[in-house]
Design a protein around this ligand. Structure first.
Ligand code: SF4
Ligand code: SF4
Length: 288
């Protein structure tokens, strides 16, 4: 993993790969963090059962979809996930907005996700050059969005849930993944036919890095959401999607980039979990 990590850092350090806007000298993302899980980790089958037994993929199913001619069982596969943190520049610009996304955030959402796609391809190619088969689940033509009986809008492979299994963070009240570098992030993953040591998960429950679930404190994301889509009951995906489809997407097209982008993420900035695990700060305060 160390060599892959070095290669990812090198790739992300180049402005030719990691730009906020094509031609800009501002990067889209800061230094990534990377985690790994074994494909036979019980959490993957739990996610399938919990999110959608009929459609949610296990790593083994993904591998068989990508490489139907290759035999591979769960015990030969690993899943590698990464977190791409929004830069201080983007977070600052976004923090000063209250109802509509900043231009920086919209660029990071649009161009940044293309960079994330390119990073997925880069990692797959990195392995294939060594004769190791790998694939990026969300780039497979079979990947699609679905409706989960339990959670509503879902997909066949969730990058955030994968990062959770790979030891990279837990979920917050707003559904975002709170990572060691906070919630203002993008996430990616690949499945590879090689065993890597798994990253240890520094948590036991799926939401323990959120101040609301851990301490009954905070609720800052409820205040930040202009759509009223976050409450103590959690994240209302329908209200959130509606606000983006009807308000912010058309705004980005009209006033920012000239095309529709699903940009919002106000709940990811100007909150205690924006760029850190906020429960660690409380632990530090209590012990000092
Ligand atoms: S803003 Fe507060 S309540 Fe909302 S996800 Fe972050 S820590 Fe949890
Ligand atoms: S993305 Fe926007 S609309 Fe959706 S929950 Fe966050 S702040 Fe609210």
């Amino acid at each position: 993993m160390d060599q892959l990590t070095t290669e990812i850092y090198k790739w992300m350090n180049s402005i030719d790969n990691n730009y906020l806007i094509p031609g800009s000298d501002l990067p889209a993302f800061g230094k990534p963090i990377i985690g790994c899980a074994m494909a036979d980790d019980g959490l993957f089958s739990f996610l399938k059962k919990d999110i959608g037994p009929k459609f949610y993929w296990t790593p083994e199913q993904i591998f068989k979809t990508a490489f139907p001619e290759t035999q591979a069982s769960n015990i030969e596969l690993s899943v590698i996930a990464w977190i791409l943190p929004q830069t201080g520049h983007t977070r600052k610009a976004h923090s000063s907005e209250t109802r509509l996304p900043s231009r920086e955030w919209s660029c990071a959402r649009h161009y940044g996700e293309k960079i994330n796609d390119n990073l997925r391809r880069f990692v797959v190619t990195y392995f294939s050059k060594q004769g190791i088969k790998a694939c990026a689940p969300v780039l497979l033509p079979e990947w699609s969005r679905k409706i989960s009986n339990k959670y509503g809008f879902a997909s066949r492979w969730s990058e955030r849930h994968t990062a959770y299994v790979c030891g990279l963070g837990t979920f917050g009240l707003s559904d975002g993944l709170i990572t060691p570098v906070g919630k203002a992030v993008r996430v990616g993953s690949v499945v590879v036919k090689k065993r890597f040591p798994p990253t240890s998960r520094q948590y036991t429950t799926h939401n323990e890095w959120c101040l609301f679930y851990a301490k009954k404190k905070c609720r800052a994301c409820i205040q930040r959401c202009p759509a009223g889509a976050i409450s103590e009951a959690g994240h209302d995906k329908i209200k959130c999607k509606d606000y983006i489809r009807k308000i912010t997407g058309p705004y980005v097209e009209r006033a920012q980039l000239g095309f529709h982008v699903n940009s919002c993420g106000l709940c990811q900035t100007k909150v205690p979990c924006e760029s850190r695990n906020p429960t660690k700060c409380i632990e530090r305060q209590a012990s000092s």
